[in-house]
Write a new protein. Structure first.
Length: 188
């Protein structure tokens, strides 16, 4: 598996995601990624900075071209803290925490992103508008309720399975609640 193939796989996933999801301009897109799983290894056993760089570079290109912000989830050893640009943290009103990523505490994709970002910061809690999970890293805790799976036609990057999420507003109410405004809404 070459880095060019990884970039192609990510591009296919992102093209598919953006065809299916009307992702908001200025929205926050969370990414969880196991570079070990991409290479067909068990999580945390084959971390690769080069693979992390390929992942981040490709996703960052998509974020810039489509005008959304990125949050890169770290591993459990830093409590799944999220790396992002300081301006993203400020725009979304998140609180910074004090930690920096390492290969085995944050992960290779976070390390690669940290090296490329202008002002990288880590935050503990976010509410993202959607995202992708590459290799079973569990991003659901970071995505706004109600999370909705996005059924991609391309759902693999390297050897890693990809799960995608988007959000929708909560449907609230009881027996009389309606979810579309029609002429029926005007009747007494």
């Amino acid at each position: 598996m070459t880095n060019e193939q990884i970039k192609r796989d990510i591009s296919q996933v992102m093209d598919n995601y953006l065809e299916l999801v009307d992702f908001p301009t200025g929205g926050l897109f969370v990414v969880g990624c196991s570079t070990s799983m991409i290479q067909g290894e068990w999580m945390s056993t084959g971390s690769s900075l080069e693979v992390g760089q390929a992942v981040f570079e490709t996703l960052n290109d998509y974020a810039q071209a489509n005008h959304f912000d990125l949050a890169i989830q770290g591993c459990e050893h830093i409590n799944r803290a999220l790396l992002m640009e300081k301006r993203t943290m400020d725009r979304h009103h998140f609180d910074q925490v004090e930690v920096v990523p390492a290969m085995h505490a944050g992960g290779a994709t976070q390390v690669a992103a940290y090296q490329e970002m202008s002002e990288p910061v880590e935050v503990e809690h976010i509410v993202a508008d959607g995202g992708i999970d590459i290799g079973g890293t569990e991003i659901g805790m970071h995505v706004r309720f109600v999370q909705v799976p996005v059924h991609l036609t391309t759902h693999q990057i390297g050897a890693a399975n990809v799960v995608a999420l988007k959000t929708r507003p909560k449907l609230i109410g009881g027996a009389r609640a309606q979810y579309d405004f029609t002429e029926a809404n005007l009747r007494s």
